[in-house]
Design a protein around this ligand. Structure first.
Ligand code: ATP
Ligand code: MG
Length: 434
């Protein structure tokens, strides 16, 4: 037998800010290897003293060790270990029965012949562990129970970062000067931020609430379908980092194809693609509702959570509302937060971090045409809760499979970063008003 690692030929697949994905078709068919680009888990490290970073690390540990989990959380986890821990211990049980979550296994990079230096820029020490996940783009292989692929060689995949459908609720702390937060979705506000920062050239018309759909069947199916199609069209119009399209695991959009040539590349009309994806999302509505309910665990909003965070860190001005006396109700709400017992404050932070993680997740939908070649795959997919068939919207039947990825558990120190961003958005909105 060849020694472990021999014969592995690693190829770069894709990357985000935190992780990069690689595949090794021969040695690890149907799998994606996720590697962290950096180990440091505390956010904004450059601006924090060692003492502050240590306090944030301690608080993060306090949050995730309050409950008993089969595998205990450790404050010493690297980014990739945090991700695996959150996926298996927290997200997995929350989404059990949906089949949608890509569960993975930690692996020692040395044992699979993966050398960081060959692929990643120097300096970003991401540790020696990687995470093996089922490849959501290569369902034929990842669903195969034997080394042989089931089904088609022709697949098309759509990776969505649908972002948050959350709107402020009764308990959300919002300073009266920031009333705009009640009229704009978080995604819309981020568009203002990105435009201001020059990160995008135009504002996207995409609206996450259209993608996720009205909760609990609040409207009829025809309207829900229309809103999903509206969201999908807006994503094709302006994909930013919310949509990528792959053909046979190679990225084609944005990039190689334009919106005009994409349909031809994929062998469908764009109307067919939009209709098929909307149908798949409708069939998966109960899973989408569940994800939205997890995003809604952000009940106090960033202004409230930032005060709780500072309170738990023992900062003297955490609940200081001086200068805001004219806003009596706001001052009262801040006092309520100050009076919150430590256990509840920790729980509020846990909920916020869970919500923030689900607000940043990605959904991958892979489509394949139904044919004699895909009969085995069809059977396999029909047994899965996160897959199915689509008929009546394209010529012939289409199979689909949906997978949730990117459970990058936010570190509690991210609250400070989110708060700084929130303040900047407030000033951008103020300027826009003037
Ligand atoms: N299970 C998977 N199947 C297929 N592709 C995957 C899988 N996991 C990750 N990828 C690819 O790797 C990319 C990076 O992974 P991921 O989104 O988890 O990293 P990230 O750094 O947290 O991204 P972001 O900065 O967008 O949050 C994804 O955008 C996706 O294209
Ligand atoms: Mg991520």
């Amino acid at each position: 037998m060849a020694p472990e690692g021999e014969g592995d030929r690693w190829e770069f697949r894709a990357e985000g800010c935190a992780c990069a994905a690689f595949t090794s078709a021969k040695a690890h068919p149907g799998k994606v290897l996720l590697v962290s680009k950096k180990t440091e888990v505390v956010e904004g490290r450059g601006e924090l003293s060692d003492r502050e970073a240590q306090a944030a690390r301690q608080l993060d540990g306090d949050i995730w060790t309050r409950r008993e989990y089969p595998k205990r959380f450790s404050g010493d986890f690297s980014r990739i270990e945090r991700r695996e821990w959150f996926t298996s211990q927290v997200a997995g049980p929350l989404l059990s029965g949906t089949g949608v979550l890509a569960l993975g296994d930690l692996v020692d990079l040395r044992s699979i012949g993966f050398t960081r230096e060959a692929f990643l820029p120097p300096g970003g020490d991401g540790g020696c562990l990687g995470l093996f996940l089922p490849d959501a783009l290569d369902v034929g292989r990842s669903l195969a129970r034997s080394p042989h692929r089931v089904g088609p060689t022709e697949t098309i995949s759509f990776e969505f970062k649908p972002k948050s459908a959350n709107m402020p609720g009764e308990k959300t702390l919002i300073h009266p000067r920031d009333g705009y937060k009640r009229s704009y979705s978080e995604h819309k506000l981020m568009q203002h931020y990105k435009l201001h920062k020059g990160k995008v050239e135009t504002m996207s018309e995409y609206e996450p609430r259209d993608f996720w759909g009205p909760r609990d069947g609040a409207c009829g199916e025809a309207e829900a379908r229309r809103s999903k199609e509206r969201a999908l069209k807006a994503l094709f119009q302006c994909p930013q980092n919310n949509l990528s399209v792959f053909r046979n695991s190679a990225k084609v959009f944005p990039g190689r194809c334009s919106r005009e040539t994409l349909g031809k590349e994929l062998g469908f009309t764009m109307d067919e693609i939009v209709a098929a994806l909307a149908e798949a999302l409708l069939q998966q509505q109960s899973t989408l509702d569940l994800i939205v309910s997890l995003q809604e665990k952000d009940v106090y909003g960033i202004q409230g959570v930032h005060r709780l965070y500072n309170g738990l860190l023992g900062k003297a001005d955490a609940f200081d509302a001086s200068g805001h006396e004219e806003y009596g109700e706001y001052v009262e709400r801040v006092k309520d937060l100050q009076g919150m017992p430590r256990a509840l404050a920790l729980e509020a932070l846990e909920d916020y971090l869970t919500a923030a993680t689900f607000k940043d997740c990605s959904l991958i939908i892979t489509l394949a045409r139904s044919s004699r070649e895909t009969a085995d795959l069809r059977q396999r997919l029909c047994d899965l809760p996160n897959a199915g068939t689509i008929s009546g919207v394209t010529k012939g039947e289409v199979l689909y499979h949906m997978q949730l990825i990117d459970m990058d558990l936010k570190h509690v120190s991210k609250i400070r970063t989110h708060y700084e961003k929130d303040k900047l958005i407030a000033s951008i909105m103020e300027q826009a008003k003037a």
